[in-house]
Design a protein around this ligand. Structure first.
Ligand SMILES: Cc1ncc(COP(=O)(O)OP(=O)(O)O)c(N)n1
Ligand code: TZP
Ligand code: MG
Length: 613
């Protein structure tokens, strides 16, 4: 169903082939469930081989289009997406219009896809954008150039292609150039990178490989996009396989327009820029993998309604450091963490071994020791050691928050780490010691990062306002929680956290989440033992653990005929393997209807001996 109030205005040209331009923009917006309106800047005669003609509309008509669309009789525009602008007259009118709109509504967002040349090669605009950057970029919230466009706009910049690290640093510098000129989030798409690497470098990089995958292969077998966003210029790397099916063509027609429209749609739906980009990339991968070869130079993108139950296989991976990004290039070594029960059930988070004792005695089977201000390192270690012993005695799963080295030393069941913790944490020792890893996420981009690390479970938060932790993001709410669960389940066990109380538990359970983590609902209860029992009745203690360590789910990275690897094959199993046990009837949110729906899904599940237990 389209939400008519989430309105996106596309300012762009028509494309007679409907592969790109305003009609493709409107199609994309439609498939994302937002309402699209268009102000046409030019009429182009194009097909999948070439641009035959570009005819700008008269500035007088263009001005009238904008006037009509911003009238009170129309839904309020939330996002403006800029595509092909053929000449300076139209550009001036556009800039004036955006300034006026931003004055009237400071929340309006602008996405700019700097179209100058068609994918098939034809010149589309007579504007020298380099001269306009300082005027346009301060008005732009998300700037989405591809590498060729970015290099054309930053004359003299040379991308360092000597290895993945240097290359990512170089793309970050290029993105920062646009940020300094005023752009909000810069989303630099790196698909054109291989064309910048010369033959000599190929052999040199092949020899310099340490891990069996040459630097050349790393740079050419995958696509890396760089996103720079936020006050601190936070860097996000998005990586995905390269689509092998496009090798006989110039690519898929219209991807720049469609991608920018998908980002605009997600912004209109209220997602932040980085989450919008993560989801838009998944939409792109699905449409590109299913694109149609009609025997022309470029292929036709295949649109479709978004449906989270099938989107995980198309999701990009996100990394915050280049060493994390390397995991994409070494899929065989990226084996993932030990699996845990698919439904962890009630999951109280407490700050002392005394609390751990109370939980164990009252039948809780999953819990976390989260000590934020230890009295001393000795006291911290003693508390961890004591808690591990208690949980061993009662057959309960104990996750240790943050202190993974102590968790390894004392052989806890698992560790819980947040997005910031992951930047410095050494994950190999956790994996090698067989401890489970739970990872916090707060939206699509962080889920994309969690999926790269292949944790034992994914925590989704914070669902409601919480007084137990200062949060950088907004509460997700139960509807987004349901979307996230539909995306990652059954590939990963899920845990909901943040502000969950008995009065909102029904909505949380309806999402199908496998576990509910709470702090104050139990620790601030007048009778904690009674509260634990009440919560256990409502949520359940979760299912039992898998009997044996099974193969971690992950993308099947297929070799293409040229020998390069691609993670884009249909046969990949990113969402296909459920390594946990079957769901217990009392598991959070698992209604009979929901279980039946999941069973009928076409995902293969891997049974363990306990599935039938
Ligand atoms: C189950 C669960 N989910 C989320 C968190 C939060 O972890 P993190 O983001 O690292 O924040 P701190 O708890 O360390 O403050 C959690 N601990 N447990
Ligand atoms: C640690 C943490 N991480 C996300 S929300 C949260 C606090 C949850 O506490 P409460 O259940 O009291 O809202
Ligand atoms: Mg933490």
């Amino acid at each position: 169903m389209i939400n008519m109030l989430d309105t996106v205005l596309t300012i762009a040209a028509t494309d007679s082939s409907n592969g790109a331009g305003t009609t493709a923009d409107l199609a994309t917006l439609n498939f994302f469930g937002v309402y699209g309106v268009a102000a046409i800047t030019a009429v182009t005669a194009q097909n999948l081989n070439e641009v035959l003609a570009v005819k700008p509309v008269k500035n007088r008509i263009f001005t009238k289009e904008l006037q009509a669309l911003s009238a009170d009789s129309m839904p309020k525009i939330k996002v403006i997406k800029l595509g092909l602008i053929p000449n300076e007259k139209i550009l001036r009118t556009t800039v004036t219009f955006i300034r006026e709109q931003k004055k009237l509504n400071p929340d309006i967002l602008v996405v700019w896809d700097p179209v100058a040349v068609a994918g098939t090669g034809g010149e589309l605009s007579e504007i020298n954008y380099s001269l306009w950057l300082h005027i346009i970029l301060p008005l732009v919230d998300v700037f989405t150039p591809n590498l060729n466009e970015a290099l054309a706009l930053c004359e003299g910049f040379e991308v360092d292609t000597s290895g993945l690290k240097n290359c990512m640093d170089s793309l970050t510098q290029l993105s920062l150039y646009f940020r300094k000129l005023g752009a909000g989030t810069v989303y630099l798409k790196g698909g054109h990178l291989p064309a910048l690497i010369n033959e000599d470098e190929k052999t040199a990089k092949g020899r310099s490989s340490k891990q069996g995958v040459s630097e050349f292969e790393k740079l050419t077998s995958y696509i890396y996009d760089v996103v720079v966003s936020g006050e601190n210029n936070d860097v996000y790397y998005f990586g995905c396989g390269r689509f092998a099916g496009a090798s006989n063509s110039t690519g898929v027609h219209g991807t720049g327009c469609i991608m920018a429209s998908a980002v605009a749609a997600m912004l209109a739906k209220g997602y932040n820029a980085v989450d919008a980009i993560a989801y838009a990339k998944a939409y792109m991968t699905r449409g590109i993998e299913n694109s149609v070869d009609v025997g022309a130079r470029s292929r036709l993108f295949r649109h479709g309604y978004i449906n989270n139950s099938e989107m995980l296989q198309y999701f990009p991976y996100m990394a915050r450091t280049v060493s994390e990004l390397e995991l994409i290039c070494n899929p065989a070594e990226n084996t993932g963490f030990a699996p845990c029960a698919h439904d962890l059930g009630l999951y109280p988070v407490v700050d002392s071994s005394e609390w751990i004792g109370i939980l164990c005695e009252n039948g809780v089977k999953t819990m976390q020791l989260r000590i934020k201000k230890p009295e001393s390192s000795e006291q911290l270690e003693q508390e961890i050691a004591k808690s591990v012993k208690l949980c061993e005695k009662y057959g309960a799963r104990l996750f240790i928050d943050d202190y993974y080295e102590l968790a390894i030393r004392h052989k806890a069941y698992g560790v819980h780490l947040g997005q910031e913790d992951l930047i410095d944490a050494k994950l190999n020792p956790i994996r090698e010691a067989g401890l489970r890893l739970g990872v916090s996420t707060h939206g699509y981009a962080e889920i994309a990062r969690a999926c790269l690390l292949k944790p034992s479970y994914i925590a989704l938060g914070h669902i409601y306002p919480t007084g137990s932790k200062v949060m950088a993001s907004r509460p997700q709410g139960p509807s987004k929680l349901a979307d996230y669960v539909a995306l990652v389940d059954p590939a990963y066990p899920t845990v909901a956290i943040g502000g969950i109380k008995l009065h909102n538990l029904g909505d949380v359970k309806s999402s199908g989440v496998g576990s509910v983590a709470v702090i104050t609902a139990i620790t601030a209860a007048p009778d904690p033992a009674a509260a634990v029992r009440e919560w256990l009745d409502a949520v359940g203690a979760g299912s039992s653990d898998p009997a044996v360590k099974t193969e971690r789910r992950g993308r099947t990275v297929k070799k293409t005929s040229s020998g390069s690897e691609t993670g884009v094959s249909k046969s990949r199993t990113v969402s296909a393997k459920k390594t946990g046990t079957g769901r217990s009837a009392s598991a959070a949110g698992t209604s009979a209807k929901e279980r039946a729906r999941r069973k009928s899904r076409s995902v293969k599940t891997e049974k363990t001996s306990e599935d039938n237990a």
